[in-house]
Design a protein. Structure first.
Ligand code: APR
Length: 253
């Protein structure tokens, strides 16, 4: 039996599924990933240097403008068949938890319920000082590299910051704890479109393996998670995931 059907058999039999995603699942919606050569955001921006508290403190207009550009781009794209297949898994498997490193809202817009955002969300801005949640501003024209002064907090007048986790910041405690618990309890974990390079998020598939789960990786490229995976399906998520779901639950899509 080929790898896809082996994976489909495991998915159809699974009682508790975790779907763990990275930027690659949004790539075919037109959202650039971080580390892919040429198309990756980091090729055109030194995004890593923008994704730190120090960068925001040094130049809030540059950092806020960059994140608002990304948010406006995301609001102009749509979920792709990979996101839709994740929603089908949630509807068909007895219990499914979506855990994402992505800060976009494409899982939600594809109908997935309660995804755990390990790295926060572009749709949850908050005050950089008192942490009070802020309103989401009107989207701007997707104009790369535009500087934009962040709005001010209504309570304390400090600048509003993106609701994402920057390098050097801790992940949201409850989100991480829940994600680790779900990875511990699951019997099958799909890791989709992540380079598996950023910790502690990259621990999630390893926790699942450690507790005996079947791990299926979907990625066109090899990653450090290859040895962790029971099955590696090399291809784009928007193609592989719908085929996997169709093979697991024929006539489901
Ligand atoms: N389908 C599946 N995977 C894909 C596709 C696709 N169509 N296109 C690219 N990929 C894969 C790439 O091969 C790569 O392994 O998606 C992965 C994207 O890796 P990264 O750009 O490193 O994104 P990610 O793993 O989500 O990064 C983790 O790093 O920058 C921080 O906080 C940021 O959440 C992000 C974290």
């Amino acid at each position: 039996m080929d790898d896809l059907h082996t994976a489909a058999g495991a998915l159809a039999a699974a009682r508790r599924v975790v779907v763990f995603t990275g930027a690659g699942i949004s790539a075919e919606s037109g959202v650039p990933t971080f580390r892919d050569a040429l198309t990756g955001l980091w090729e055109r921006f030194d995004a890593q240097s923008l994704a730190t508290p120090q960068a925001f403190q040094d130049d809030p207009d540059l950092v806020w403008g960059w994140y608002e550009w990304r948010r406006s781009l995301i609001q102009r794209v749509s979920p792709n068949p990979g996101h839709a297949a994740v929603t089908t898994i949630q509807n068909r498997a007895p219990r499914t938890t979506v855990i994402t490193q992505n800060v976009d809202d494409l899982h939600e817009r594809a109908g997935s319920t309660d995804p755990i955002h390990l790295h926060g969300s572009l749709f949850a801005p908050r005050c950089a000082s008192c942490a009070r949640p802020a309103e989401i501003p009107e989207a701007i024209e997707p104009d790369e590299g535009r500087r934009l002064p962040p709005p001010r907090c209504r309570a304390c007048a400090a600048p509003i910051r993106p609701g994402v986790v920057w390098f050097g910041e801790p992940l949201p405690e409850e989100a991480l704890e829940t994600a680790v618990q779900e990875a511990t309890d699951c019997d099958l974990l799909l890791t989709i479109g992540t380079s598996g390079l950023v910790y502690p998020a990259a621990e999630i598939p390893k926790v699942a393996t450690m507790f005996g789960a079947t791990v299926i990786q979907i990625n066109p490229q090899p990653t450090p998670l290859d040895p962790t995976a029971t099955v590696n399906l090399h291809g784009p998520a928007a193609e592989i995931l719908p085929a996997l779901v169709e093979a697991a639950w024929p006539q489901s899509s």
